[in-house]
Write a protein that binds this ligand. Structure first.
Ligand SMILES: Cc1ncc(C[n+]2csc(CCOP(=O)(O)OP(=O)(O)O)c2C)c(N)n1
Ligand SMILES: [Mg+2]
Length: 275
């Protein structure tokens, strides 16, 4: 990726962080921590990597993105709106009754959403199914599945991991938002995962590590994953929960806490977009 393009994507991420804080402050609910930690990953996928057509969201040979950690929905919606899947004005309806933008992604409501998520642990199995369907149709599409590190404590994830390995789904690229924090504590406190890379590797996956806040490193990791044939890949992206707003960084309390007026002002000042 050129330095110029990296600077453009970084600027977009800063904009999305600002917009996210505005939206969540306004509605006094939502999940700031996990949305901020996945900002560069989701933004790079939608704006640099995926083969998509927002004017034709169901085009057959599209790539798929599954936000398996569905609570980061606002970051997905910001990207979808920016790509043109729906008007940006709709973002103001986030998490309201009857809105197309529910607190967790809904495939029946929001153009561009590929799978309804929220209950953790289900995205990888569904993504492997989608990739197998694409393979049967002779398509070259990729399916990207973003999971949280608390999420991978779900047993269903490891059943899916075995299936991906058995069916050699090299067009599934799993991404782990490895921020070390979950809802009410660190991953280490709640259920230590040990050597995450060794675990995935022992389940037959090609493991790639990167800095999940560096858009060009992440894009390179995806290229490496695509180059791996006959085996599914997982990108373990090192991230910081609450990234970009120092008083939120690494703190599980900011998993799903309303942002008060004082905190809002501080957050906006840190992001340089104070109103
Ligand atoms: C099956 C299931 N159990 C519990 C929850 C409640 N829950 C929502 S988010 C969350 C923590 C997720 O942590 P992690 O996967 O690390 O997400 P991130 O740090 O990226 O926000 C929990 C326990 C849920 N949504 N689904
Ligand atoms: Mg986490």
């Amino acid at each position: 990726m050129t330095n110029e393009r990296k600077a453009e994507l970084d600027a977009l991420c800063l904009q999305f962080r600002n917009d996210l804080i505005d939206l969540l402050h306004k509605i006094q609910t939502g999940h700031p921590g996990g949305s901020l930690s996945s900002c560069e990953i989701i933004t790079t996928l939608y704006h640099e990597i995926m083969n998509i057509d927002p004017k034709n969201p169901k085009k057959e040979d599209r790539d798929h993105f599954i936000l398996s950690k569905g609570h980061a929905a606002p970051m997905l919606y910001l990207n979808l709106a920016d790509c043109g899947y729906f008007p940006k004005e709709e973002l103001a309806t986030l998490r309201q009754i009857n809105s197309n933008l529910q607190g967790h992604p809904c495939v029946h409501k929001t153009p561009g959403v590929e799978l309804s998520t929220g209950p953790l642990g289900l995205g990888l199995g569904a993504g492997i199914g989608m990739a197998l369907a694409d393979r049967r149709k002779g398509l070259d599409s990729y399916t990207y599945v973003l999971m949280g590190d608390g999420e991978i404590e779900e047993g269903a994830v490891w059943e899916a991991a075995m299936a991906g390995s058995k069916f050699k789904t090299d067009h599934v690229i799993a991404i782990l938002d490895n921020n070390g924090v979950q809802l009410d504590g660190t991953v280490e406190e709640i259920m230590p995962l040990g050597d995450i890379a060794a675990k995935w590797s022992s389940f037959g996956w090609n493991v790639i590590k990167c800095d999940g806040h560096n858009v060009s490193e992440f894009a390179d990791a995806v290229e490496k994953a695509k180059a791996c044939k006959g085996q599914p890949s997982i990108i373990i992206a090192k991230t910081v929960k609450g990234k970009g707003i120092d008083f939120m960084e690494g703190k599980n309390i900011w998993h799903g806490k309303a942002i008060n007026d004082e905190e809002y002002k501080e957050a906006k000042a840190i992001l340089g977009g104070a109103k």
